[in-house]
Design a protein around this ligand. Structure first.
Ligand SMILES: Nc1nc2c(c(=O)[nH]1)N[C@H]1C(S)=C(S)[C@@H](COP(=O)(O)OP(=O)(O)OC[C@H]3O[C@@H](n4cnc5c(N)ncnc54)[C@H](O)[C@@H]3O)O[C@H]1N2
Ligand code: MOO
Length: 403
């Protein structure tokens, strides 16, 4: 039996081949970018008018001119106009390119427009504070050629907007691997079926595939009954078809717990079996040339805690995510767990006024109590070398819900 950090290290050493695919930019939110994004133009790309109003030559105002004949209108989306008249102004709209021969913009709020016959003039009520006022000069946000988003970034709406502004209609992102999620056990029936008294529904497969959805991964669901021949045949097919398999159940000491033995028989090399943790002690992990296999213990809370603690962080890394943030939260109450095992404590999370995550234990009825997962937000990892944990101490947090 190995400890949690060792299990994590072994899993971390295993690579999953992840391809790159090109998708329409609008389909990439939440996906992992596989190319850097550089600016194809300065930002802003032209001297941009920032307020609706008029544009003037500042020197004229400084020399005492306060009435400016209006020469025309520069709208947003129109090519740059050159002004004829010295001492004239041009009306300008927010987002327009600054006309030629002017250098300062004054808001409509600070002028009066007056008409005398055909001649329209702007009378300045509140003069500009400085030359260049209300103009956003070319390239003052960013310069053309600057690398603004790194490869490995998870694409949020912010990155999608930048990709769109540099004209990326399609983006290279990590292609999510196909994954087989396999439940095992004779007692398990499809969830649409009414179970007999000795049966239960196959909920784990749904929990796991929902967790994978967070990474945009689609799982294909399989089920294996506790039958050596059936398991052997189906494993052959699944291993041949998928690079990644996540199984639940059939990995402890039961007479019908065939999974570890048959996986090895099919060429999946055991990398470890059993981790000093609760829940999830009988966790089995292995790999063959074709596939990486997580065989998680069947109790629903064990399946889910192993998924949150090992499978998802590893997958994020394989998909090329740049950094892995391990969150931490502070216990709000003392907690005692005497067994020499790492304990994944179910907690609710609140963020206090100082922005600190506070973890309050939610007491459940053990590793079969999947309803208790609905009361919590995540698992707090309490190390095995301690038995007493004190309020105010902080520990790694594996969150399964956004706060
Ligand atoms: N003699 C021992 N017995 C057990 C040990 C042990 O060390 N020695 N470990 C216990 C621990 S801890 C766990 S966790 C379980 C895990 O066992 P398995 O991985 O073999 O899981 P199963 O026996 O197949 O199932 C356990 C439990 O979970 C239910 N289950 C399984 N799959 C699903 C599913 N897809 N959806 C819903 N529920 C599922 C199953 O019906 C069982 O009740 O072993 C202990 N035993
Ligand atoms: O690890 Mo088992 O998951 O304690 O029930």
């Amino acid at each position: 039996m190995i400890e949690v950090a060792e299990a994590e290290g072994i899993i971390d050493g295993v690579r999953l081949e992840v391809e790159t695919e090109k998708l329409d930019v609008s389909d990439t939110a939440g996906m992992i970018l596989r190319e850097p994004i550089t600016l194809d133009r300065d930002l802003p790309p032209f001297d941009r008018v920032m307020m609706d109003g008029i544009s003037i030559q500042y020197d004229k105002w400084e020399q005492g001119q306060s009435v400016f004949p209006v020469e025309g209108l520069q709208k947003a989306g129109e090519p740059k106009q050159l002004m004829d008249g010295n001492g004239h102004c041009m009306e300008v709209m927010t987002g327009a390119i600054l006309p030629g021969n002017v250098d300062t913009v004054i808001r409509y709020e600070d002028i009066n427009i007056q008409q005398d016959g055909k001649e329209i003039s702007a009378v300045i009520q509140k003069g500009p504070k400085a030359k260049g006022q209300n103009i956003h000069p070319t390239g003052t946000n960013r310069k053309r050629g600057e690398r603004v988003i790194d490869q490995g970034t998870v694409l949020s709406p912010a990155e999608i907007g930048v990709a769109a502004t540099v004209g990326k209609t399609r983006l290279n992102v990590s292609k999510v691997p196909e994954v087989a999620v396999v439940s095992t056990g004779d007692e398990l029936v499809p969830i649409g079926q009414r179970p007999l008294p000795h049966q239960i529904r196959r909920s784990n497969a749904y929990t796991i595939s929902a967790a994978l959805r967070e990474l945009h991964m689609e799982a294909e669901l399989f089920h294996l009954n506790d039958d050596r021949i059936e398991i052997a045949e189906k494993l052959d097919k699944i291993i041949g078809q998928f690079d990644l398999m996540i199984l639940s159940g059939g990995v402890s000491r039961g007479k019908l717990d065939y999974i570890p033995e048959l996986l090895e028989q099919k060429g999946v090399e055991k990398r470890f079996h059993k981790v000093r943790q609760r829940p999830g002690k009988p966790f089995w992990f292995g790999q063959s040339e074709e596939a990486v296999v997580f065989a998680l213990p069947g109790n629903p809370v064990s399946t889910f805690s192993c998924c949150c603690r090992y499978v998802l962080p590893w997958l994020k890394k394989q998909l090329g995510m740049r950094k892995r943030n391990v969150l931490r939260a502070q216990l709000t109450a003392d907690y005692t767990f005497k067994k020499k095992l790492t304990y994944f404590l179910q907690v609710t999370i609140d963020i206090n006024n100082d922005g600190i995550m506070k973890a309050t234990p939610v007491k459940g009825k053990g590793s079969s109590d999947l309803v208790n997962l609905c009361r919590g937000d995540g698992f707090l990892e309490l190390p095995e070398d301690r038995a007493h944990f004190t309020a105010g101490e902080s520990y790694p947090l594996f969150l399964y819900r956004s706060l």
